[in-house]
Ligand binder design. Structure first.
Ligand code: GMT
Length: 376
């Protein structure tokens, strides 16, 4: 099939999922057309079945705000006509689905089916910005198929929009060839001395990630067990996190590594992943950690209970309970046998429950279903 994929090109789970999906579909012989304002950061290879269409936004003095949505719609329409796309798959309802629905009107010689995958933040934005409620509802209802990355997100969407739309849950996935525990002894030595444990947090440092809790949990753990904290990522909360670390006198124990393209080695030297988010529709960072044998301490929020097996691959505590999270972390890090068991189970669970081949097939089924439609 010829499939258009629209996603954010920047760091973040939705872009990673969209890009890895496109790469896997291309390997299976589909022709993939990525459409975005920048080359997706994970699209770091050449493949004869992969094309990239860059959206250029007109910078005209009259426009106070560059009309990205219209530029994107126009690019989707152009790519659809040029490549004779069978389907366009957008990641995020706002603004991508709205643009794709507009593009559908530009393709006059055939019906262009639109598949929308909800990743969570689109729904959260609407929760905070009621002005977007109607347009998001419309983009969901008018899509030919809608998928959500967890049952929790599906339920939240139905509840918020009061819609009866069929929303299929398709979980995120990892490539088990890439995400596995690797030996990196030199890297481990760089960050941790003998007997020290390594905790890791990976995110875009948005308020929803609750970096304050990450650092509070680490501070508690470090009082009991000599440890280090790797902070991977960047974003609006970075400065506050630096200040908190300095105020706690932990600057030599917490390493801010910025945005990293590849995290497998960093995860492989880690003993525990911290994800105390206030909300998390899926938690791809937790899945990536588990695949690399790192148990996760997370908050009991959103789709995380669908990703982490409580007491088997990690622990989930109520949002904001940094002290309880720290207690669980200390308990786990104090028992090598328990940690080994959990690390093993985490790898197995990540490989089995989120198998890339199965998830790719699920998306292929959705494409097949919508592309056989002549019109809605
Ligand atoms: O978490 C973010 O801020 C980034 C956002 C994104 O666009 O990648 O993540 C959302 O989509 C990911 C991929 O499906 C999920 O793993 C994350 O849980 C979800 N983030 C939130 O729900 C806060």
């Amino acid at each position: 099939m010829r499939i258009g994929i629209v996603c954010y090109p920047t760091y973040g789970g939705s872009g990673v999922v969209a890009t890895e999906l496109g790469k896997a579909l291309a390997q299976k012989g589909h022709e993939i057309h990525f459409i975005s304002y920048d080359r997706p950061f994970r699209l770091d290879m050449f493949h004869q079945n992969i094309f990239y269409h860059e959206v250029e936004v007109l910078d005209y003095p009259l426009f106070k705000f560059p009309p990205y949505m219209i530029a994107l719609a126009s690019k989707i329409g152009e790519a659809a006509r040029w490549a004779d796309l069978d389907v366009v798959h957008v990641h995020y309802a706002i603004p991508h689905a709205v643009s794709a629905l507009l593009a559908r009107k530009l393709v006059t010689d055939k019906y262009l089916p639109v598949v929308t995958t909800l990743h969570g933040t689109d729904i959260t934005v609407v929760g905070h910005e009621p002005q977007f409620l109607d347009i998001t509802r419309m983009s969901i209802e008018e899509s030919d198929a809608v998928t959500a990355v967890s049952s929790s997100l599906r339920a939240e969407t139905i509840d918020l929009f009061k819609i009866s739309k069929d929303i299929e849950v398709i979980y995120n996935f990892i490539d088990p060839e890439e995400y596995r525990r690797v030996a990196a002894p030199k890297l481990k030595q760089k960050y941790a001395g003998a007997g020290e444990k390594i905790l890791i947090h990976i995110s875009n440092f948005r308020p929803v990630k609750r970096l304050k809790d990450v650092i509070d949990v680490f501070a508690h753990v470090n009082r009991r067990i000599p440890s280090r904290l790797l902070m991977v990522g960047d974003g609006p909360e970075a400065q506050a996190a630096h200040q908190q670390v300095a105020a706690l006198g932990l600057s030599d124990r917490v390493h801010f590594l910025g945005k990293q393209q590849r995290v497998v080695e960093l995860l492989s030297i880690s003993d525990l992943c911290l994800l105390p988010s206030g909300k998390e529709s899926f938690g791809l960072a937790a899945l990536e950690a588990m695949a690399c044998g790192v148990p996760v301490i997370a908050s009991m929020a959103g789709g995380l209970p669908e990703v982490i097996k409580e007491g088997v691959t990690g622990y989930m505590l109520p949002v904001g309970e940094a002290e309880l999270m720290a207690m669980k972390a200390v308990e786990l890090l104090s028992s090598a046998a328990r940690w080994g068991e959990m690390s093993e189970s985490a790898q197995q669970h990540a490989r089995e429950a989120f198998r890339m081949e199965i998830i790719i097939q699920q998306y292929e089924e959705v494409y097949k279903k919508v592309s056989s439609k002549l019109s809605p």
